[in-house]
Write a new protein. Structure first.
Length: 169
């Protein structure tokens, strides 16, 4: 984990089938973790855009990482009156729960597992710390393009998703 670009602005591109991507059998996807709609605070995926809505910072916290919204002005701090949070947050007891933006004090902490360094970035998985640890839950994307917590694939499914982290300009 120490090789990741902590404290710098990065993009997180969704990888639908991490094993195939690692083997070069599938291209890295074209959608990015996005703070698309601050009014409902849900983190989604969307095609690349020029705005700051797809820029994040990986911030070391205790034994894990918080994933904080970033912009050209740096991380957004807790500003309750603005209604926009600063970091990813999920309900740790519920599989299928949406990832939301929250204030830094409510930010969830994640394990970020580097699978391989590839093409100017890193293929990673993101798993929650806390009550789901050891159950192989990880951050994925729902059919309606929202980030969610999911359980491990069953024995018939070899595919599981991950993320491509790359420093942003």
């Amino acid at each position: 984990m120490s090789e990741l670009p902590f404290g710098t602005t990065v993009t997180l591109r969704y990888v639908a089938d991490l094993p195939k991507t690692m083997l070069g059998m599938q291209e890295i996807g074209g959608v990015y973790a996005t703070a698309q709609d601050a009014s409902n605070h849900v983190v989604e995926v969307a095609a690349a855009s020029v705005g700051d809505y797809q820029k994040w910072q990986l911030v070391s916290k205790d034994r894990g990482v918080t994933i904080q919204f970033s912009s050209e002005w740096g991380p957004i701090q807790d500003v309750p009156s603005a209604g926009v949070g600063a970091a990813w947050h999920h309900c740790p007891e519920i599989s299928g729960s949406l990832l939301m933006l929250s204030g830094l004090k409510d930010a969830s902490t994640y394990y970020v597992n580097v699978v391989v360094k590839i093409g100017g970035g890193w293929l990673i998985t993101i798993s929650p710390m806390g009550t789901l640890v050891g159950l192989d839950y990880y951050v994925s994307v729902s059919n309606d393009s929202k980030l969610i917590m999911v359980g491990p694939p069953n024995e018939q499914e070899a595919a599981f998703s991950g993320w491509f982290v790359q420093e942003s300009n």
